[in-house]
Design a protein around this ligand. Structure first.
Ligand code: SF4
Ligand code: SF4
Length: 372
């Protein structure tokens, strides 16, 4: 177990300002139980959290959702974060942004925008986002972002249905003036777990993707930085989820609940504190939930004696619970894990379901109706 003197402060904080969103992506990382509008922290409460985060040592704030532009006070929140000294990144689908709002956000101190891309054509993007007209609105705001020179990252969630468009996705990132492109193959948490069959790429797609990404990284060096998150289930080893539990970042839900990562609420045996009940500093250093899987002392075998122990920290706790049935188990994606056969079975079932699987869309918060 780590002691508070050995715990470093968090570097980044993701603030889920709201779970409301006009889109309904079938891989949304929001929880299956979305929080309602009337549970969201108000402007002053969020501003207080941003101040506490800066005091704690947080450098980067990701203003996220749902769709953060659904908050009428987004400009005020951005200003409060900038005044607290935080680097502000707005994670958005662009729906709800306008040229005027962009001006106001810039004036409030917004440092960076991360724009999601559901597809490179209106047909694909609107199909995946479940929102007709969304692509055209996104492209119009992307042009406004470029015209203003706001630093831009394009975040393209890739899966079976759009991975063949990867070369065009990369070209689009350059055309839109993005400085960074995140090619993130769907990770199976939250809503994506309902869509393994429709979204899991084939092995051929995965192999081709690695080659396309490697070539583009070389070709576009100095023009576009490209990050690549490969599909988990084809990997031999797990990712170092969040750089290790309670290690570098934290996540705040709309109602102020503080999590070590966006999916951690699925660990029902842990009790997560709210910023309305306890100071953020105390939650980070002293709460039972943040200390539950910190460091490496708690790790089971085979991790304890593995050379990668301090590289991936045994992988993802949420995936261990969801697939192996034990949050304290080795991430079952690992080839050495006793539960790897369960991942292989899921992979096989998803490939067999393949093209015939229907998409299950994320519902709207909080009523559960899907946008028309
Ligand atoms: S529905 Fe799509 S755009 Fe909205 S929060 Fe989820 S992933 Fe983001
Ligand atoms: S055994 Fe544990 S530490 Fe080793 S690679 Fe697998 S998950 Fe990582």
């Amino acid at each position: 177990m780590s002691t508070s003197s050995s715990i470093a402060p968090p570097i980044a904080m993701l603030a889920e300002l709201t779970h409301r969103c006009p889109l309904s992506c079938p891989y949304c990382s929001n929880p299956l139980e979305l929080q309602a509008k009337d549970s969201e922290l108000g402007t002053d409460a969020w501003a207080d959290v941003f101040g506490q985060a800066a005091d704690l040592g947080v450098l980067q704030l990701h203003l996220s959702g749902g769709e953060p532009a659904a908050r009428p006070d987004l400009v005020d929140l951005t200003r409060a974060a900038a005044q607290a000294g935080l680097y502000t990144n707005l994670i958005t689908s662009a729906i709800g942004l306008t040229p005027r709002r962009l001006d106001a956000l810039e004036a409030a101190g917004l440092d960076h925008i991360q724009l999601s891309l559901q597809g490179v054509t209106a047909a694909m993007a609107d199909h995946i986002g479940g929102y007709r007209g969304g692509y055209d609105r996104k492209m119009s705001i992307a042009a406004e972002i470029k015209a203003r020179g706001i630093p831009l990252t394009l975040n393209a969630v890739m899966h079976r249905q759009n991975l063949d468009d990867l070369p065009r996705t990369i070209d689009m990132a350059v055309e839109l003036g993005a400085r960074r492109l995140e090619i993130a193959c769907v990770q199976f948490h939250g809503w994506a777990t309902l869509n393994r069959g429709a979204l899991l790429p084939t092995r051929e797609q995965t192999d081709a993707t690695k080659q396309i990404v490697a070539k583009a990284q070389t070709r576009l060096r100095g023009v576009l930085a490209i990050d690549f998150v490969p599909p988990d289930y084809y990997s031999d080893y797990p990712k170092a989820c969040m750089g290790g539990w309670g290690s570098a970042g934290l996540n705040i839900l709309p109602d102020g609940t503080v999590l070590p990562c966006h999916a951690a609420e699925s660990l029902k045996h842990l009790s997560f504190d709210k910023v309305t009940d306890r100071p953020l500093r105390e939650i980070w250093y002293d709460s039972a939930a943040f200390n539950a899987y910190r460091g490496v002392d708690w790790l089971p075998d085979p991790c304890q004696s593995c050379a990668r122990r301090d590289v991936d920290f045994g992988g993802c706790r949420c995936q261990a619970l969801a697939i192996a049935g034990d949050a304290g188990a080795t991430d079952p994606v690992c080839r050495k894990a006793p539960g790897r056969d369960r991942v292989d079975a899921l992979l096989q079932a998803a490939l067999e379901a393949g093209d015939s699987a229907d998409l299950v869309y994320r519902v709207s918060a909080p009523t559960g109706t899907r946008p028309a």
